[in-house]
Design a protein around this ligand. Sequence first.
Ligand code: SER
Length: 322
Amino acid sequence: MNAKKILIIGSMGQIGSDLVKELRKRYGTQNVIASDYRTPAREALEQWMPFESLDITKKDTIVGVIKRHGINTIYHMAAILSAVGEQNPHLAWEVNMEGLYNVLEVAREYKIERMFFPSSIAAFGPQTPKDNTPQDTILQPTTMYGVTKVTGELLCNYYVERFGMDIRGVRFPGIISSETPPGGGTTDFAVAIFYEAIRHKSYECFVREDTTLPMMYMPDAIKGIVDLMEADLSRLKHHSNFNLASMSFSAKELAAEIKKHIPEFVCTYKPDFRQRIADSWPRSIDDTVARQEWGWKPSYDIASMTKDMLEKLRYRHIHGKL
Ligand code: SER
């Protein structure tokens, strides 16, 4: 493989923003081009440079960026998440499917050497086994987001088989992060609960207390992306759809863990339309295949993640940055 020249699409999103920092540390700032459909605020632009505005629904804008920077590696992180996707299914299809198709086509035409595409536990549906969900199982999601993720997995695998491309991806659980909040997902409650615990010592949760979902702390999510993208291709039997697990807990268990650090914290529950989405997803995931094929191993559990999240958010709160 040539020296890496990386494009991150969706750099200002929850995962993208942490991924930009990590990849720039590893491969050098000038070799990692950040891009998003949004433009950073003028005072923040410096920290994002090199940065390109990019609309994945317009193929020409992707081509322009690829040519200008001699890109050979793409991390395609832009997507509409599950809750927003249910409110605007057409937008979810346009961004998640037409956007992915454009990126794949440009990647094929311009001979991109390696590409990352994140799938999700949303690829599963109510008929999928809910506990220790196997790698190869029933994929019949009931959300538009899930439909686009399953189709995305299949499309990426098609490009691997048909055009000999190197495209890799994982099914992420809900991701908890202290830097950039998620936008419009069903697992967002597991992030919002921390912000509200620090700010107000209370949180009204939009799913029932017994709602149990697979989750992961951002440092593990980034490690998963980096490790998979560095893995030896000859070891991979799967490509764009690796199950990935780290921890599973109910909303009530998370609230109890936070209470160990903030005893006054009170969590109440008022389920909304997102409950139905959460109920259609697995409780826990079997990630044996990722462990075998590329050595996946997460570091955080609910206790160490909660401690770290609260420390980071408390620090920002004290300094008036939360
Ligand atoms: N976190 C995502 C969501 O809730 C799942 O991939 O939409």
